[in-house]
Design a protein around this ligand. Structure first.
Ligand code: NAD
Ligand code: MG
Length: 384
């Protein structure tokens, strides 16, 4: 049976890997909407290849270019933030939310409001909107499938079990490219070094987050919302081989883990086929070749980001949205060569200590906290 899908963030790393799986199973899917930020020619060629119903570019100034690139086709074109949300609200069997950053929140919420199935890769949306997003899921009756590899692993390990029987959820972290670096080396880390992840091929922002360990901090908050077992039952462990993608320990001390190649197409395939399974092009896991799996406690002196994330979710209210916004601005500044690597968590901590805003109650509240925190951090940057 053919199913319909929209991909928000089709030109990104997750978007492309999703389309790779769809390309291999073309007869199973009908593509409704594909969206991108600014890579118009890439978006247009994907829209043509997959015969999308609509292609949307976030940057309004690029609309004429998109229209030109898709002239002579039946594919509708649109641009701007509202158009992204309208496209995300078109009825489909599955929406893959794979925009990076809080920019993906409103379109993701528009998809959730349809009450269908949403595969969520866009962790920043859940970190910023937390309870607001989860409430929308409950109210619309949508099914949320975690696409982030750790959360997908936990989701799989929880299948057929009650959350009440969970003793502990362990998020594994690769430790990133700087796992063994000294503080001095971290000070001098460059954007090129930060985006060169040892195990995963990902977009620039999440690669920097992996290097600072903020990715794991965001994932800790993400896990808290997706699997509400209480913060005291959530922990992080560094596992450099990225073979175990996360684990669930039950009260009888039985631990279930999900293992697989470090390729996002595995968790994406789990979402595409859920509750069934599908083939992926990956080689089987060769444990004898991997040889050893190792585990380390996180070092929050060199990598304070997981502490900041834990403190933000313990504080609650607007703090996670401030944490996320500050991190997005700081990461962009690092990638642009404006600040050093170790300034990223420092700026996040400064932003968190600057104010305590009331808990956001709706999407607009989250977006205004996000905007205010961004402006604030931008100001910190300019006066640095
Ligand atoms: P990416 O940078 O490769 O792609 C991001 C996509 O979002 C692109 O299609 C881009 O055009 C679009 N986009 C960017 N800014 C936008 C804006 N302002 N408005 C509308 N669209 C915008 O990112 P990615 O690595 O694919 O990550 C996407 C999301 O998935 C992130 O939230 C990331 O944390 C999460 N994730 C990624 C991976 C991975 O392996 N790449 C793994 C787990 C989770
Ligand atoms: Mg992850």
């Amino acid at each position: 049976m053919t199913r319909s899908i929209s991909i928000l963030g089709a030109t990104g790393s997750v978007g492309e890997q999703t389309l790779d799986l769809i390309r291999r199973n073309r007869e199973d899917w009908r593509v409704e909407a594909l969206t991108a930020n600014g890579r118009v020619s890439e978006l247009a060629s994907l829209a043509r290849e997959f015969d999308a119903k609509v292609a949307v570019v976030a940057d309004e100034a690029r609309l004429p270019e998109l229209r030109e690139a898709l002239s002579g086709t039946q594919i509708e074109v649109a641009a701007g933030r509202d158009a992204l949300c309208e496209a995300a609200a078109r009825p489909v069997d599955l929406t893959l939310a794979a925009i990076v950053g809080c920019a993906g929140l409103a379109p993701t919420m528009a998809a959730i409001a349809q009450g269908r199935t949403v595969a969520l890769a866009n962790k920043e949306a859940l970190v910023s909107a937390g309870d607001v997003l989860m409430r929308a899921v409950n109210e619309s009756g949508a099914t949320l499938l975690p696409t982030d590899s750790e959360h997908n692993a936990i989701f799989q390990c929880l299948a057929g079990n009650e959350l009440a029987n969970v003793a502990r959820i362990t998020l594994t972290a690769s430790g990133g490219p700087f796992r063994t670096w000294t503080q001095e080396q971290l000070h001098a880390a460059t954007p090129a070094q930060a985006v060169a992840h040892p195990n995963w091929d990902m977009g620039a922002k999440i690669s920097v987050d992996s290097a600072t360990m903020m990715n794991k901090g965001l994932e800790y908050i993400e896990a808290h919302h997706l699997f509400p077992v209480g913060l005291e039952r959530l922990r992080i462990i560094v596992h450099p081989q990225s073979v175990i993608h996360s684990m669930v320990e039950y009260r009888d001390r039985s631990t279930l883990a999900q293992l697989g190649p470090s390729d996002m197409r595995v968790p994406i395939a789990s979402c595409l086929a859920w509750p069934d399974r599908m083939d992926t092009p990956m080689a089987p896991l060769d444990l004898a070749a991997i040889g050893e799996l190792s585990f380390f406690a996180p070092d929050e002196t060199r990598f304070p980001a997981t502490r900041l994330a834990r403190e933000a979710i313990e504080t609650g209210g607007a703090a996670p949205a401030v944490l996320n916004a500050a991190n997005e601005v700081a990461v962009a500044a690092f990638l642009a060569g404006q600040i050093g690597f170790t300034r990223i968590p420092v700026m996040v901590e400064q932003a968190l200590s600057r104010y305590s805003l009331p808990a956001p109650k709706c999407l607009d509240d989250v977006l205004s906290v996000d905007a205010e925190a961004r402006a604030n951090v931008q100001e910190l940057l300019e006066h640095a």
